[in-house]
Design a protein. Structure first.
Ligand SMILES: [Zn+2]
Length: 198
């Protein structure tokens, strides 16, 4: 059978290419549709695992500390990410609460658990139990994880409300900001390299 390990398929147009070894800041593009095929990522398994554990800590901070506190005439209120989901669930569009919970809390949490699981075995050059399933779930979850959208929304809310009330960004917001940047770095497409390494 023809060996396929060194081949890569464009996920936009199914064109097949041979994998290239990339240098710093390099990426390969599909000649037919211009989609990104490979992007250089200098992270080793150890670094990726360390970043995943840090991201898991940040997830805890982002979820258990208030994203912002508002006060007006002596009245004070603060909200965590979970409070915002609960508030949505009491509104007229309960369905949105479920989507919000999945995209800002559940999907990132699952991604981190799967990453830590897969990477902690990869550290000793072994495939984790359920490796294939974990890797497929990481692909499935990626489009559902929308922390950066949530971050933008929270920042717009902080700026908009600041004109009307006293608004104080909380620890949750800072954790959310760093977490969303880290998720782009550690849970991107290049995690697929593990298929080749292991
Ligand atoms: Zn293409």
């Amino acid at each position: 059978m023809f060996p396929t390990q060194h081949l890569i398929i464009c996920e936009h147009c199914d064109c097949v290419y041979e994998k290239a070894v990339l240098g710093k800041h390099q990426k390969t593009l599909c000649a037919r549709c211009g989609g990104v095929l490979q992007r250089y990522n200098g992270l080793t398994v150890e670094q990726r695992l360390a970043l995943s554990v840090t991201a898991a800590m940040l997830w805890l901070f982002a979820n258990f500390y208030p994203v912002m506190s508002i006060s007006m005439k002596g009245l004070k209120n603060s909200a965590t990410l979970w409070d915002s989901v609960l508030a949505l669930s009491q509104g007229p569009i309960t369905f949105m609460a479920m989507v919000a919970a999945i995209s800002i809390i559940i999907a990132p949490a699952f991604q981190l658990v799967l990453l830590i699981w897969v990477l902690s075995f990869a550290l000793s050059a072994r495939r984790a139990p359920g490796f294939k399933l974990c890797m497929r779930w990481l692909e499935t979850l990626r489009p559902w994880s929308m922390l950066e959208v949530c971050l933008l929304g929270a920042m717009v809310a902080v700026f908009k409300l600041a004109g009307l009330l006293d608004v104080l960004p909380g620890i949750g917001l800072f954790a959310l900001a760093v977490l969303s940047l880290m998720m782009i770095r550690i849970a991107g497409r290049d995690i697929r390299d593990l298929w080749d390494i292991l």
